[in-house]
Design a binder for this molecule. Sequence first.
Ligand code: ATP
Ligand code: MG
Length: 323
Amino acid sequence: MPLEGLSKFYVVKITRMVVYDLVAIGNPVYDIIETPFVKSIGRVLSGCSFNVAFTAKRLGMKEVALVGSIGGDFEERFLKTLRRIGLHFIKAGDADETAGFRLRYLSYGDRELEVLGFGGEVSMKRVPQEVFNTSAVVVGPVLGEVGIEVPSTFRKRGSVVFLDPQGYLRRVRGRVVEYHSNPEALEACRESYLVKPNELEARLLSGFDEPLKAAVSIHQKAGAVTALTLAERGSVIVSGKRAILVPAYPTHVVDPTGAGDVYLGALAYYIRNGLSLEDAASYASAIASLKVEGIAAYFNLDLEKVVRRARWIRSRVKVKRLK
Ligand SMILES: Nc1ncnc2c1ncn2[C@@H]1O[C@H](COP(=O)(O)OP(=O)(O)OP(=O)(O)O)[C@@H](O)[C@H]1O
Ligand SMILES: [Mg+2]
């Protein structure tokens, strides 16, 4: 009985359980970007989940995971990039094609998105339970691929939820993306600690054109801290009875694609590091101003410039008491 002699030994299998600092959920995209100043060479990696995760990682977060679905057309290239920058990838779906858009900027702030690929649904049933071992999560679908219940699932498991609602407010007509006011998007906002719409998204969520009114209305309806971004006009953050008015840092724009994602990734990073909303938003605005100087997520994240710009912004932040 050769095994008998071994009975006093135990074989202990050690599997390392990862505890994440941040999980970003939503499909990565490979985009073609055409602004008045620059055209991408082929398709470039972007998307809220990627831009958020990449920003948090570059700022120093250790264990950052991206949860999404990727098609065979870009999978190898994508995995290579993620390995190089040290992000975890948790595949949550199969797709024939990777998601992506052709973004044409008609004028600054007015862009048209043509769908190049749809990507697959992000199924949380497909992902290992360890994905819930995260202190923070950013939910950032590009085209409704993340279930509306996902923010609630993470909140109930104790994660702080940050939400970019853009993908819940988009639908496709022909191959062009159009925006619509989807009441379910507000449900996702209600489950979140912080929600970051841009001006158009805030109008759809609130029914108000005026940014401060829109932010106050979303905050009242959803209870979430509302960070409404206004491109070169900065951002307005409403929390409790305070509205924090944060300027943008004046700079030359090359490509604004992903500025909101980078802002959100940085905001989440600094809030998780214990900064006040005023300080975190000043850093987020500074980092997003560096982003618009480069194409897609590739910009020079020069930390000295970040500190200098954040100080400039912070000294101009205004706090308004709300009635
Ligand atoms: N032209 C600019 N100059 C300086 N900062 C900018 C400029 N455009 C954007 N930003 C910064 O980035 C933040 C987010 O920008 P924006 O409102 O365009 O996000 P968005 O529409 O969600 O972008 P995307 O969906 O492409 O990620 C702004 O609040 C601002 O701080
Ligand atoms: Mg956006």
